[in-house]
Design a protein around this ligand. Structure first.
Ligand SMILES: [Zn+2]
Length: 233
């Protein structure tokens, strides 16, 4: 079965690492709210989300959105093959959501099919990058500014960059040196851009996203080698 199914990111309740999450933690309920109990806490929560909505509105329409150049890519040498705009959410990362994770995927499909699926507006899934097995060629399908629906978890979509690697989880023949090397260069660039530590806490498999049950990227993915390669770039 394909792994590149719609991930329902909009339905998940995971809290992002963006501005809203940080703000909520910084400003806990005051003494008065604690004393008034559950009703007070509920009202406080409502007030927070209304303020978030206003901030989001202001952010979108105040000119704070990052200007874009058509066809521009974040990874030098990547080929721009955009996913359907229905399969991602426009954002201005890392201004509005901080990026602190890279999520590694294996789509259970060829490179060409993976591109086609994410170009299909009915699919409700996308990724930032797709790496081809034969030669390590990189397609960029969503800007790193934007939230691609790849992790099956709203908070992790907002905080991460997703990379699909052509192949099947149970078939190690797709795990070529060219693909590992190209992906390692890609990930090293992402980590450098956002100050993400190069370790297994921050570079994770799709199967390591909370509440996700997937065999992705699968048992043959050589994490030790991969992390070493990213560090060596
Ligand atoms: Zn996956």
């Amino acid at each position: 079965m394909t792994d590149i199914t719609g991930d329902g990111s909009s339905a998940r309740a995971g809290r992002g690492s963006g501005r809203a999450g940080r703000r909520g933690r910084r400003r806990g309920p005051g003494r008065r709210a604690l004393l008034t109990g559950a009703v007070g806490a509920l009202a406080l929560g409502t007030a927070y989300s209304r303020r978030e909505e206003l901030e989001e509105w202001w952010w979108r329409y105040s000119g704070a959105e990052v200007p874009r150049v058509a066809g521009e890519v974040d990874h030098p040498g990547a080929e721009w093959i955009p996913a359907s705009s229905a399969n991602l959410r426009r954002a201005s990362r890392p201004r509005d959501y901080s990026i602190d994770r890279v999520v590694v995927h294996m789509p259970e499909a060829t490179y060409d099919i993976t591109l086609r699926v994410f170009q299909d507006p009915s699919h409700r899934a996308s990724t930032h990058y797709v790496v081809r097995a034969a030669d390590g060629h990189v397609a960029q399908m969503a800007r790193e500014l934007d939230v691609a629906y790849h992790a099956g978890h709203r908070g992790y979509n907002e905080r991460s960059v997703g990379i699909e690697h052509e192949g099947w989880a149970d078939d190690p023949s797709y795990l070529t040196d060219a693909m590992y090397e190209s992906s390692a260069r890609l990930v090293a660039g992402i980590c450098d851009r956002y100050g993400i530590p190069v370790d297994r806490e921050h570079i994770i498999g799709h199967n390591e996203v909370p509440d996700v049950v997937r065999i992705c990227p699968g048992p043959h993915w050589d994490w030790e080698r991969y992390i070493e390669m990213v560090r060596a770039v």
